[in-house]
Design a protein around this ligand. Structure first.
Ligand code: ATP
Ligand code: MG
Length: 455
């Protein structure tokens, strides 16, 4: 029975009382990304398992132990997406988007699924905002996405976050480096955790990403990738740093940043905050030039990032961020009986169609209880409908904040409320009036009229 009323471990409901936080962040992120030229893409929650094996990589923690994989009823192996990049890359190849002018830039918001040990900032179903840029090999592509994430944090007023960057080279120079790493870790093999013992042969770079304190300590003396970069990768990294300097984005080079997924090449980066405990990485990404070809597309340079939405919310809550509250109900129409409630329903629909929130009684409760409810939902205005109002076609619109009321015709309630709101905006901000030139001139003329008076 308990299973029926308890969400699976590592998942969370986002209740109506919290949803505005997510809606606000989604809107802000999407519109900022769109101003950077990214176009929204929506991809399936599940893909063929092979896609993640190929793209995320066989040796990664994600593929080895974190994926939700099952056979569907036709016996096909299906996996719930553990991240967004693989699906976007698959869509790019499947729909031949490489034939469109480069670069192709995508933005998305997705739920992700990973079988991990749930803790603060680590869930089994979580959400990511992400961007991907396909078809740009220059370091300015990754600098642009870093600048986007940086601008987003700045827009939210987040100061407690810093950017760490690194280069993990290309497959050629990395091969040489991996040998050096293996040699180093072999000397410490007995002290490594069991997972890292396993990583030593398959992918020793992943040991640098290990969260165990002992492995972390051993990693302190490790040779670093930056010393093994080939000429081209070195040049790319220098160029990346110069691009960030030009954009005014501050960063710290951290040779220990390697990222958890296999497909990364050259630039990698993380935005880390120490305000939210050990799961401090809010956003991570980098370049992954080999991925599109790996999954069957033409060789295509690419880069992207994923941002953990729950971690972002935790961070914002920790700094006391004031999430904008959703707009309250404009009008609550109380009614004395069923017939009045029917008229109320018609007026409410009229108000709703004019773009404002309106509610009326659908429970059949007393007038007193209805007014209590109107207070509870924070309605801006109320209107009480009874026999008198219906007979005369006129009622009183009551401002719940000031207690003042004005007479209103029942067939003009929507217009009356819209008028009141418009007047308030004019009182607060002044009116914008003006005209576009019809004489071929190149700039329109506008005059600000403050408080309804010409300035
Ligand atoms: P970590 O090192 O914390 O496990 P990761 O390297 O596995 O992170 P990515 O695959 O790069 O993470 O995902 C990008 C972002 O998604 C992370 O920086 C983080 O903010 C978020 N994220 C990843 N896994 C989880 C999770 N299990 N729960 C909540 N957010 C997550
Ligand atoms: Mg992880």
């Amino acid at each position: 029975m308990a299973l029926l009323t308890k969400a699976p471990r590592g998942t969370h409901d986002i209740l109506p009382s919290e949803i505005h936080k997510y809606q606000f962040l989604e809107d802000e992120f999407l519109s900022l990304a769109e101003s950077f030229g990214f176009k929204e893409i929506r991809i399936p929650v599940f893909e063929h398992t092979e896609l993640f094996h190929r793209s995320v990589g066989e040796t990664t923690d994600v593929v080895q132990k974190e994926m939700y994989t099952f056979n569907d009823l036709s016996g096909r192996s299906i996996t719930l997406r553990p991240e967004g990049t693989a699906g976007v890359a698959r869509a790019y190849v499947e729909h031949g988007l490489f034939n469109e002018p480069a670069p192709q830039k995508f933005v998305y918001k997705v739920s992700c699924y990973r079988y991990e040990k749930p803790q603060a900032g680590r869930l089994r179903e979580f959400h990511q905002f992400g961007v991907e840029t396909f078809g740009a090999s220059d370091s300015s592509a990754e600098a642009e996405i870093v600048a986007l994430a940086d601008a987003f944090f700045e827009l939210l007023g987040i100061e407690d976050i810093h950017l760490e960057i690194n280069s993990i080279g290309c497959p050629e120079c990395r091969k040489v480096y991996l040998e050096k790493l293996r040699a180093y870790f072999k000397e410490h093999i007995d002290s490594l955790c069991d997972t890292c013992k396993d990583r030593l042969e398959r992918n020793p770079m992943r040991i640098l990403d290990c969260k165990s304190p002992v492995c972390k300590e051993i990693s302190k003396g490790v040779p670093i990738m930056l010393d093994s970069l080939c000429g081209d990768c070195k040049e790319h990294f220098e160029s990346f740093k110069a691009d960030l300097d030009a954009l005014g984005v501050e960063y710290k080079v951290n040779p220990m940043i390697v990222r958890g997924l296999d497909y990364y090449t050259r630039s990698v980066f993380e935005f880390v905050s120490d305000k939210i405990g050990t799961q401090g990485t809010v956003c991570g990404g980098g370049r992954y030039d080999g991925l599109i070809e790996e999954i069957g597309g033409p060789a295509t340079p690419a880069c992207g990032f994923g941002m953990g939405v729950e971690r972002l919310v935790l961070l914002l809550e920790s700094i006391g961020f004031d999430f904008p509250e959703p707009s309250p109900c404009a009008l609550y129409i109380a009614s004395t009986d069923k017939e009045a409630a029917r008229v109320a329903s018609q007026i409410a629909f009229d108000v709703r169609l004019s773009g404002l929130g309106a509610e009326y009684d659908i429970t059949g409760r007393s007038l007193k209880a209805q007014m209590k409810y109107a207070n509870k939902i924070n309605a801006d205005f109320t209107l009480v409908l009874g026999n008198d109002e219906i007979m005369s076609g006129v009622g009183r619109l009551k401002d719940m904040k000031t207690g003042e009321s004005v007479e209103v015709r029942l067939d003009e309630v929507a217009e009356a409320i819209v008028d009141i709101y418009s007047n308030r905006i004019v009182e607060q901000f002044g009116e914008l009036s003006g005209s576009f030139p019809d004489d071929g001139g190149d700039s329109p003329t506008f005059t600000i009229i403050e408080g309804g008076k010409k300035k």
